[in-house]
Design a protein around this ligand. Structure first.
Ligand code: SF4
Length: 512
């Protein structure tokens, strides 16, 4: 008897969803437009449909050792891949296009972000004449023309961003406490490294300048981190402390290279004009002393960043943090009972008449107010800068750090959780709830996944987990790896890392 319509289709649909869910899923944003050609080829490529072994355009053997991660942002399509080309293992990015000519059509050949591409994969090329793939740095990129493919099947509704790793199985056999202890220890190791860096900077330039530069870097995100660091060095915190608020802003924006006579002269018009005029009037009086030469101008990147994170707003946020410097210093020096309370208070306090309503200097006002520093960024400032600095002064601050909530998921975190926990959504949630758990996951991801070029085969982490468990079961609560990873901290800190008394540890039971 044939199945009833549409019962069989529904059954198949459920089956399909289960299969894709098992690979760890990223659901496409509602309303995002499906680009059939390119996306389909990429989905098939990443799903391994074309296989791993190819012949390159020069006749050389090309083996995909590791497909890498699917890049959801600007830049090459797949990052952290490993490809053996003519017997030589190369790590880098892979670009997948429908046509070899898309490389130049899309401007990749003039874009330094594509300098790390080790393989250009495409499904079509001109019938006559060879088209080479070259980078902005004049590197020749190996090419693979995909075997004939059929466009009959549509792509899956869910596209995997990363595949579960070999360590997923041993991790799934560990109980929550064991995994928690592993993450706590990795987080503590990461925190200690950040603390050491801030300590070294503090010994060279003074603790407050180190804190200031650390905050500036964190506000710069990935793209503008260095420019923000240099800006903090060109505008030292002790010099800014001697200025009033408007002069501080003018100095920062001027040294950043964002002020000009045109901007100050009202060229932007609208409600931005009075604010820009004020900035220019103050900058004009100090310009001779502080304006860097054209050759030393900072290179800001606004491409690929959300309007909310425009470099102008980041500098505005840094100026605003200076208004609260005393509160920041107190936070650095004195324990807090509840880190999240601090975040909430700062969210309420950090406000600016211009930046609450504008994306950049001279932009039109936004329809609704936009926070100059959001909750996630505040947690990052605390978790990446303030607590690492504070813990260098007092190891007891580890407990403040443990209570800090996690940030909303991001690309790296998602990949790390998918690789380690696979489809176990409950564990992915349980172990990304707090900031330290997220940091622990990122540490493991960076230490193992990003170092691996064997598609997990040669990664030592899965085998090492058995030893971790053995150490956990050992006689001394502080005698295992967890304790060793936390050695530089005090016994109180170690108890938090390896024992069961930390606030975050008790939270595992609640969530689980
Ligand atoms: S590379 Fe190692 S740590 Fe990463 S997913 Fe594979 S086995 Fe796990």
């Amino acid at each position: 008897m044939s199945p009833r319509y549409p019962a069989a289709a529904e059954r198949y649909e459920q089956f399909r969803e289960r299969v894709w869910a098992a690979a760890g899923i990223i659901v496409r944003a509602p309303g995002s437009r499906f680009l059939p050609d390119e996306l389909e080829i990429q989905a098939r490529w990443f799903g391994g449909e074309y296989g791993r072994c190819f012949q390159g355009s020069e006749g050389e053997p090309v083996e995909i050792v590791q497909f890498g991660h699917w890049n959801r942002g600007a830049g090459p399509d797949f990052t952290e891949a490993a490809v053996r080309i003519d017997g030589v293992l190369r790590r880098g990015d892979i670009e997948v296009d429908p046509d070899v000519r898309d490389w130049e059509r899309h401007g990749h050949g003039a874009n330094p972000r594509f300098n790390g591409v080790v393989l250009h994969v495409f499904a079509d090329q001109p019938a006559l004449g060879r088209v080479f793939t070259r980078t902005e740095a004049h590197g020749n990129v190996a090419q693979v023309l995909l075997p004939q493919y059929s466009g009959l099947q549509g792509p899956p509704d869910f596209l995997p961003e990363a595949f579960p790793g070999r360590c997923r199985a041993p991790l799934s056999r560990m109980d929550d406490e064991e995994v928690a202890s592993l993450l706590v220890s990795a987080a503590q190791f990461r925190l200690r490294r950040k603390s050491e860096r801030l300590g070294a900077m503090g010994r060279a330039t003074g603790p407050e300048q180190a804190l200031f530069q650390g905050l500036a870097e964190a506000l710069g995100y990935r793209h503008n981190k260095t420019s923000m660091a240099v800006l903090a060095q060109r505008c030292p915190v002790d010099e800014l402390a001697g200025l009033d608020g408007p002069a501080r802003e003018a100095r920062l924006f001027g040294c950043a290279g964002f002020l000009s006579p045109e901007i100050g002269g009202g060229a932007c018009g609208g409600d931005a004009a009075p604010y820009l005029r004020r900035l220019w009037d103050r900058w004009w009086t100090m310009r001779d002393r502080h304006e860097p030469s054209r050759l030393r101008a900072l290179a800001w990147r606004g491409d690929g960043t959300r309007p909310l994170n425009h470099p102008h707003r980041r500098v505005g946020a840094l100026a605003l943090l200076l208004e609260k410097w005393e509160v920041l210093r107190e936070l650095w020096e004195k324990p807090v009972n509840n880190s999240e309370k601090v975040v909430n208070k700062w969210l309420a306090d950090l406000s600016h008449p211009y930046w609450d309503r504008h994306y950049s200097l001279g932009s039109k006002p936004t329809p609704k107010p936009v926070r100059i520093v959001g909750r996630d960024r505040l947690r990052d400032l605390l978790g990446n800068v303030v607590f690492p600095g504070a813990i260098g002064i007092s190891p007891d601050r580890w407990r403040d750090y443990l209570g800090l909530g996690g940030v909303a998921s991001n690309q790296k975190l998602r990949r790390a959780a998918l690789r380690l926990f696979g489809p176990d959504e409950q564990r992915r949630k349980l172990f990304t709830r707090y900031y330290h758990q997220q940091q622990g996951l990122l540490q493991i991801f960076e230490d193992f996944c990003l170092e691996d070029a064997s598609d997990c085969r040669d990664c030592p982490f899965p085998e090492q987990l058995a030893q971790w468990r053995g150490a956990e079961a050992g006689p001394s609560p502080n005698g295992g790896q967890a304790a060793r990873a936390g050695a530089p901290f005090s016994e109180a800190g170690l108890a938090g890392a390896g024992g069961t008394a930390s606030p975050a540890d008790s939270a595992y039971a609640r969530v689980g």
